[in-house]
Ligand binder design. Sequence first.
Ligand SMILES: CC(C)(COP(=O)(O)OP(=O)(O)OC[C@H]1O[C@@H](n2cnc3c(N)ncnc32)[C@H](O)[C@@H]1OP(=O)(O)O)[C@@H](O)C(=O)NCCC(=O)NCCS
Length: 162
Amino acid sequence: MNGREPFPDLVMRPVDTNDLAAIIDAFRRLSPGSFYHRFFTITPDPTTLVTSHVARVGDRDHRAFVVLDGDRVVATAQWDRARLNPEEAEIAVTVDDAWQHRGLGRVLTRALASDAHGHGIATLSASVLAENHPARALALRNGPTTVSTDGPWARYTFKLAS
Ligand SMILES: CC(C)(COP(=O)(O)OP(=O)(O)OC[C@H]1O[C@@H](n2cnc3c(N)ncnc32)[C@H](O)[C@@H]1OP(=O)(O)O)[C@@H](O)C(=O)NCCC(=O)NCCS
């Protein structure tokens, strides 16, 4: 990404206020399954969800990134600081269906962890649906510190090296 292997042609950068339409397009292109795994709901119009969850710019407790293939957003990733613990953040990653299974999720989560660490985050967490095998595989691949399940949820935490 950003000129480096394994995705030299993709550009990863923080979300900008001008990205909103392209991000909404990206979420409209997602398969219903991928959309549901990201937002835990189905909606014909993702505008409100995308605006409130991803495209919040300038909030010190939230950082979101887009991955661009030319003008097209092919992935998004974000961290949100926990309200009760400023050293913890919840992460979320979405990869366009056409780009899944190529290792982009792995590269993105590493870049996200590095950015969060640079902003004083010591622990990342991720809550995913237990049925979401790709996300669970990705979480396990990143070496979680804790893994717990609660009904339909699986939750992972990751201590970031200090
Ligand atoms: C979860 C998600 C981000 C993974 O992205 P990805 O780019 O496909 O992931 P990668 O290609 O980097 O694969 C990461 C690991 O997951 C595994 N994986 C990927 N797709 C898989 C699938 N369909 N079934 C099982 N495992 C899968 C890979 O084998 C890999 O494990 P490995 O390194 O041990 O081989 C992607 O599927 C997605 O965007 N899903 C919809 C949104 C979502 O669920 N987000 C997570 C909750 S916020």
